[in-house]
Design a protein around this ligand. Structure first.
Ligand SMILES: Cc1cc2nc3c(=O)[nH]c(=O)nc-3n(C[C@H](O)[C@H](O)[C@H](O)COP(=O)(O)O)c2cc1C
Length: 333
C-alpha cells in the first residue's frame, strides 16, 4: 500500500508525508521515527546551540535511521542572527541531501545548498513567494495556509484557496502544509493539486516527540478554537496555542503604541523550551495550529503515518472511486 507522488519519487520516501522543522521539537528522536515510518523526518538546525552540536545531532539521527531525513534552516528576522553560514556548512559537510528552508530571504543559502546537489524544500506562505523561490531554483515548495502553527504570513489565505492557487502557477512539486492531521486532509491536499502534506502540530502529539507529556495532553485536550494570532501589529504574525502567556501577550500588544520590546521577555525562545521540557504550560508560548481540533490521541509516528495513508486510500477507493463508478453505471444504463 503506497500513494506515489512526485514527492515520494523525488525524496525517495514511501509516503507523501513530511514532518516540518520545529524549534526545540525537531530532534533526532522525532525525525528518525518519522523517516523510519516512511515519511520525511526533519531536524531543526537552530534547536542545536552550535553548528558542532548540529553535526552531532545529524550523526545521532543517522544512527537511528537508514532512511532519508532532512534538516530545516529557518532564517529569522532577529537583531542578533545566529551564524547561519556556519550552520549551513555543518549541514553540507555532514552529507545531508535534503534541506527545508524557511523564513525571509533564504536565496544565498539555497544557492549554496543547490551547488552541493542538495534537494531544497522551501516553506512559504504565499503564491508570490512560492513563485520567486521557484525562480531562484528550489526543488519543492511547502506552502503553509492560514491554519498553520508558527508564522502564517500576513495574507490570511487558508489552505483551501492557497494550495490550488499555488498549484495553478507552480511547475515544481508542492507540499501542502497547515491544518493537516489525518487521511481526509491528505486526500484533500492531493485533490487540491499538492503532491503531499507537511505536518507540525500533529507530530508533536506522538510518542516519539521529545517534549513533556503535559504538552501532548494539552494538544489532545484542546480543539480548533484554542489558538490565537499574536504579533499581528508587528507584521510578524504567529499562531500559537491559547495559554496564560499568549493571553498576556495579546493583551499587551492590543495597547496603543505597543512594541515588541513590551512582550520580549514573555515570548523568549528559552521560555518556550522550558514549557516543552518541564510541562509547565504557563512557562512560555506553546506553538500549535488549528489542527488541534483533529488531534485526539498520542500514537507512535508509525501508527500515525500508517493510519493517515490507510484512511486516505480507503477514502479514495470506497468514497471517491465508487462515486464516479455509480455515475458511469447510470450513464450506460
Ligand atoms: C512547536 C512548533 C515549532 C515550530 N518551529 C518552526 C521552525 O523553527 N521553523 C519552521 O520553519 N517552522 C516551524 N514550525 C512550523 C511547522 O514546521 C509547520 O510548517 C506547521 O506546523 C504546519 O502547520 P500545522 O501545525 O497545522 O501542521 C513550528 C511548528 C510547531 C508546532
Amino acid at each position: 500500500m503506497a500513494l506515489r507522488t512526485r514527492i515520494t519519487e523525488l525524496l525517495g520516501i514511501e509516503h507523501p508525508i513530511v514532518q516540518g522543522g520545529m524549534m526545540w521539537v525537531g530532534r533526532a528522536e522525532l525525525a528518525a521515527a518519522v523517516s523510519n515510518a516512511g515519511g520525511l523526518g526533519i531536524l531543526t538546525a537552530l534547536t542545536q546551540p552550535t553548528p558542532d552540536d548540529l553535526r552531532r545531532e545529524i550523526d545521532r539521527c543517522r544512527a537511528m535511521t537508514d532512511r532519508p531525513f532532512g534538516v530545516n534552516l529557518t532564517v529569522l528576522p532577529t537583531v542578533s542572527p545566529p551564524p547561519y553560514a556556519e550552520y549551513r556548512r555543518a549541514i553540507i559537510g555532514s552529507g545531508i541531501t535534503i534541506v527545508e528552508t524557511a523564513g525571509g530571504k533564504p536565496q544565498e543559502h539555497v544557492e549554496e545548498f543547490k551547488s552541493h546537489g542538495i534537494i531544497v524544500l522551501h516553506k512559504c506562505t504565499s503564491v508570490r513567494h512560492a513563485l520567486s523561490a521557484e525562480r531562484y531554483g528550489v526543488d519543492v515548495i511547502s506552502i503553509d495556509g492560514f491554519e498553520c502553527a508558527g508564522h502564517p504570513g500576513e495574507d490570511d489565505i487558508p489552505g483551501l484557496i492557497l494550495v490550488p492557487a499555488a498549484a495553478d502557477k507552480l511547475r515544481i512539486p508542492m507540499i501542502a502544509s497547515g491544518g493537516f492531521g489525518d487521511g481526509r486532509g491528505l486526500v484533500a491536499a492531493l485533490a487540491l493539486g499538492a503532491d503531499g502534506i507537511n505536518m507540525g502540530t500533529r507530530f508533536c502529539a506522538t510518542v516519539e516527540a521529545p517534549i513533556h507529556d503535559n504538552v501532548k495532553q494539552y494538544l489532545v485536550a484542546n480543539d480548533e478554537r484554542a489558538t490565537r494570532l499574536i504579533f499581528r501589529n508587528l507584521h510578524n504574525t504567529a499562531r500559537v496555542g491559547r495559554n496564560s502567556v499568549s493571553d498576556q501577550v495579546a493583551e499587551i500588544l492590543a495597547r496603543q503604541g505597543a512594541r515588541y520590546e513590551d512582550v520580549a521577555p514573555l515570548v523568549r525562545g528559552l521560555r518556550g523550551r522550558e514549557l516543552l521540557e518541564t510541562g509547565n504550560l504557563d512557562a512560555g508560548l506553546v506553538w500549535a495550529g488549528q489542527v488541534l481540533g483533529l488531534i485526539h490521541d498520542i500514537p507512535t509516528c508509525a501508527e500515525l503515518i500508517l493510519r493517515i495513508v490507510r484512511d486516505a486510500e480507503a477514502i479514495i477507493r470506497e468514497r471517491l472511486a465508487p462515486a464516479i463508478g455509480e455515475q458511469e453505471q447510470a450513464a450506460t444504463a
